[in-house]
Design a protein around this ligand. Structure first.
Ligand code: NAP
Length: 660
């Protein structure tokens, strides 16, 4: 028995040894070097290797418009070889983290070497949190435990709602989540079209407090992402606080009682009224499918399907398929179905700028997964780099340099670099198809609409059975489509990859202090304005997550918004408790001033600049950009650390309530 055990454990140790060796050979050398520092506690490694790196200004190549010889963050080959050699020498299967969470000075030094860029002090708190080194730290002092009657209703169980549930629970608040669907996942429960995938890197597009070393791809499929979210729900045991198949119909603030009255409807049509001190909407903004108003669409004899309402039983094998649209969704669908269908016609009204991104479809090698799971702090540094290179380094990309823009199609030297990348990719993909290059060249500046990362769209367009039409639908007949070019395209299936009608919580009847509805105030969602993208005057204790001008459209992903918004909400609620208030209502003058600054900052971007003639869901009917957040990620994150009491009118408990 003893002998068998020893043989087994020998085998275990051997396999761990060989897994470690294999991981060292394939994993990313920069986080590996940081792990060496953690495991040995030897800060001298930073000086030794740092001296062999060129430490650049962050995003400098974007500012100057010059491509660096070595891409940012990539170490020279001799440095990589030496790091791997040292790792083979210093790492052992029983390695532990001796350094722990580094102090600020050490962390800055490490971050600089890890990114080979200058990292300023102001980034330390956001990087420590976003990399997963520290869990969101509370700012408002916590001396009062939330009473049970100070409850919170969360609407929606996607990436924000699940996070809100976890953090409200952690902070001791009584809460309930209402979700109209029968499962969690929000966007990733709804969008199940072929090829549905996240276009933000997996190891970053996840909660910083729930790192997942097992992502199978560098960009996860929608299904894998939803599986991750479900796992998080299980880990935190919050499913019992979520009411599925329950739609929120209305939320009404009762000004005399300082509570929200929320009416829900279950799948069987039964209605219930609930009361809560605060309401958090976690609905996202892209829920309502945009169905084009085209003559004859209803009379089509085949199948019409919008990507957000995908029919799992729809078999496209051997079918003639038309795809309308050319955004992130369309390119994923086209790349995914091209091998299955008999004929594929892609109808493009206005092309987007598309860039190559090899790792969009790449699997994560086993060695990388092993390193993420087992090498101390490797995951945190891997994630830090993933965030760093897709965050405020990209801040300049959508911003107009007025002098440059006078004489260039692009907006700035940085914007020019993206333009060049996209144009080169077009040229290289269709060297012998000038017709496709012409049809696929957008007439607006890069970043005017979301940049699309190619999962295989361009390659699909070169296939013999695929035709691209730079057109729209003129009319749909019983057996096909007549395009605006006057061509008839026969079809069995029409896939509408036409995106969404922007919705800012207007699907719910939300009424505030004076009975006015949010939909009215926001002109049915066309002109939404909120303080910090979250709070609206006259709607006390209403927190609109992913509200107007809060989306990180220059970099990062919806995950950072989820974390910073939820953090801010908990801070606001705790502030109320600590100070004996019932509710907070943002002052109108503060909201107006905040929005004046938002508009001023947006004026200098490709999203609204008069010279950038671009449609798309970022802008409202008046051309105002209502989706993008104009601030650097670090600035917006800092603004959301805790509420500024001067921005609010507070509502205190009535005498009756205190006596009761
Ligand atoms: P989208 O970016 O709004 O693109 C919709 C496409 O449909 C555009 O090409 C648009 O053309 C076209 N279109 C709309 N109405 C049309 C009409 N009546 N006739 C002809 N063409 C029409 O929508 P999406 O691709 O679904 O993406 C929406 C957002 O969802 C993305 O920006 C992204 O934020 C998110 N998304 C994310 C992922 C992810 O990986 N995380 C994946 C998919 C989607 P025009 O440009 O001419 O209007």
């Amino acid at each position: 028995m003893t002998e068998t055990m020893s043989v087994d454990s020998d085998a275990g140790a051997e396999s761990r040894d060989s897994s470690l060796a294999a991981a060292i050979d394939v994993c990313d050398p920069a986080p590996l070097l940081m792990s060496l520092v953690h495991v040995t506690g030897d800060l001298g490694l930073l000086d030794e290797f740092g001296a062999r790196l060129t430490i650049g200004e962050p995003g400098n190549h974007y500012r100057t418009g010059t491509r660096p010889a070595v891409p940012p963050g990539q170490y020279p080959a001799d440095v990589v070889a030496d790091i791997r050699a040292r790792a083979h020498e210093l790492l052992t299967p029983d390695m532990v983290d001796r350094l722990g969470v580094p102090d600020r000075e050490t962390f800055l030094h490490m971050a600089k070497v890890a990114t080979s860029e200058r990292v300023d002090e102001e980034f330390v708190p956001i990087l420590l949190e976003q990399a997963g080194f520290v869990l969101g730290e509370r700012c408002v002092p916590v001396t009062v435990t939330p009473p049970t009657d100070f409850s919170v209703i969360v609407i929606g169980a996607g990436i924000v709602g699940v996070n809100a549930a976890i953090k409200l629970g952690d902070a001791g608040f009584t809460y309930r989540v209402f979700e109209s669907r029968d499962e969690i996942g929000g966007t990733w429960s709804r969008n199940t079209y072929p090829g549905a995938a996240v276009d933000t890197p997996s190891h970053y597009y996840s909660y910083s407090f729930e790192l997942n070393p097992d992502w199978s791809k560098y960009y996860p499929s929608g299904t894998e992402y939803q599986r991750y979210l479900k796992g998080v729900v299980d880990t935190y045991g919050i499913a019992e606080n979520i009411s599925f198949r329950t739609r929120v119909l209305s939320a009404c603030w009762l000004d005399d009682q300082h509570v929200w009255e929320v009416t829900t409807e279950s799948a069987d049509g039964s209605r219930e009224v609930h009361r809560a001190k605060a309401v958090v909407t976690a609905l996202g903004m892209l829920n309502s499918p945009n169905i084009p108003d085209v003559e004859g669409l209803d009379s089509f004899g085949g199948t019409v399907v919008h990507t957000a309402d995908w029919d799992e039983d729809l078999d496209l094998t051997g079918k003639r398929v038309i795809v309308l649209g050319t955004g992130c969704t369309s390119v994923q669908v086209v790349a995914s179905i091209v091998d299955k269908v008999k004929a594929l016609d892609v109808v493009v009204r206005s092309p987007h700028w598309i860039v190559p991104e090899k790792s969009v479809v790449n699997d994560v090698p086993d060695g990388e997964k092993w390193a993420l799971a087992h090498i101390p702090r490797y995951h945190e540094w891997f994630r830090l780099r993933s965030y760093w290179f897709a965050s405020d380094n990209l801040y300049t990309l959508p911003r107009i340099d007025p002098e440059w823009a006078k004489t260039h199609f692009s907006a700035s030297p940085a914007n020019e670099m993206v333009l060049e990348t996209a144009r080169n990719y077009l040229q290289a993909s269709f060297a012998d198809r000038p017709d496709l290059i012409e049809k696929l060249t957008p007439d607006f500046r890069p970043y005017g609409k979301r940049i699309v990362k190619d999962p295989g769209f361009f390659k699909a367009l070169t296939r013999e059975h695929v035709t691209l039409h730079r057109a729209s639908f003129e009319r749909v007949t019983t057996d096909g489509v007549i395009t605006t070019e006057g061509r008839f395209v026969p079809a069995d299936v029409i896939i509408l990859a036409t995106g969404f009608e922007l919705e800012f919580t207007t699907s719910i009847d939300i009424s505030g202090r004076d009975g006015r509805t949010l939909a009215d105030l926001w002109k049915n969602g066309d002109d939404p304005r909120a303080y910090l993208g979250i709070q609206v005057s006259g709607f006390p204790n209403l927190f609109v997550t992913a509200g107007p001008n809060s989306a990180p459209n220059h970099g990062a992903g919806h995950n950072i918004l989820s974390e910073e918004h939820v953090h801010y909400i908990i801070e606001c609620l705790q502030y109320l408790l600590e100070n004996g208030h019932d509710a907070m209502d943002v002052r109108q003058d503060v909201l107006d001033e905040y929005n004046r600054k938002v508009d001023e900052a947006l004026d200098k971007t490709v999203w609204v600049h008069p010279g950038t003639n671009v449609n798309g869901y970022y802008r409202n009917s008046q051309g105002r950009a209502v989706v993008p957040c104009p601030w650097r990620l670090v600035d917006y994150w800092t603004l959301l650390r805790e509420p500024n009491p001067d921005a609010f009118d507070f509502i205190d408990p009535t005498v009756e309530r205190i006596e009761g």
